[in-house]
Design a protein around this ligand. Structure first.
Ligand SMILES: *Cc1c(COP(=O)(O)O)cnc(C)c1O
Length: 223
């Protein structure tokens, strides 16, 4: 029953307006079933194959979020059912998502991922790159994607001031994009930030969606 208790504990700390994505990567289906029985309906995974397998085994009213880096050649496997893709960081990926969404007669919700941490990473856009993407004719032609916000990961550090500043930066990026590109669009409203160790700080800085794994399901043996 630990999972149920952990979920209750985290939910008691979240404002109503903040969505909890239960990050279940590497965890067995039984663990997700316990969370489901406790009322959790939004789950996050970071590997396409695992996401697909769990989708097939679990109730169909679950909203599945793909939170990890996504390769273009794997989009087709999740396009029929994925609810939100968090880590979009190139026009090439967006183009593929658009194409696969169209094949499935759906619109797929996406978040643009930003590189806000000090740590080196191959993933995530800069504000300039995002603006370029959003101004492009190619982007304007996409009919089957819906960008509903931004996502980012803070540096893995005990320095809470730094983490707080990085989240603040993401919130500012969100505001700038909202004003510049999504002014008329009410559904551009999500700021996906905050994990097990930093979600309280993320909430202070305006997170609307936290992605919590180990504080719900316990530590993972691998990433
Ligand atoms: C694994 C993962 C999480 C959850 O991490 P925890 O520290 O276990 O809460 C959140 N976001 C992303 C992108 C992840 O890969």
């Amino acid at each position: 029953m630990t999972i149920t208790k952990n979920l209750e504990d985290i939910k008691s700390k979240l404002p109503e307006s903040v969505q909890l994505v239960a990050v279940s990567k590497t965890k067995p289906v039984e663990d997700l079933e316990e969370a489901y029985a406790a009322g959790q309906r939004v789950f996050g995974e970071n590997k396409v194959q695992e996401l697909e397998q769990k989708f097939n085994q679990l109730p169909k009213d679950i909203k599945w979020h793909m939170i990890g880096h996504l390769q273009t050649n794997k989009v087709k496997y999740i396009a029929p059912f994925v609810h939100l893709i968090h880590a979009v960081d190139s026009i090439k990926l967006l183009k593929t998502i658009n194409k696969e969404a169209a094949k499935n007669n759906r619109t797929i919700n996406c978040l643009l991922q930003f590189h806000i941490a000090e740590e080196q990473s191959k993933f995530g856009l800069t504000l300039e790159e995002a603006k370029e993407l959003l101004q492009s004719d190619e982007y304007a032609s996409f009919q089957n994607i819906n960008i509903i916000g931004v996502m980012g990961m803070a540096t893995f550090t005990d320095n809470t001031t730094q983490v707080s500043n990085e989240f603040k930066n993401l919130k500012n990026i969100f505001k700038e994009l909202k004003n510049g590109f999504f002014n008329q669009k009410n559904d551009f409203k999500e700021i996906s930030m905050g994990m097990s160790d930093d979600y309280p700080i993320a909430i202070q800085q305006g997170s609307t969606m936290v992605r919590v794994g180990s504080h719900i399901f316990g530590r993972r043996n691998y990433i």
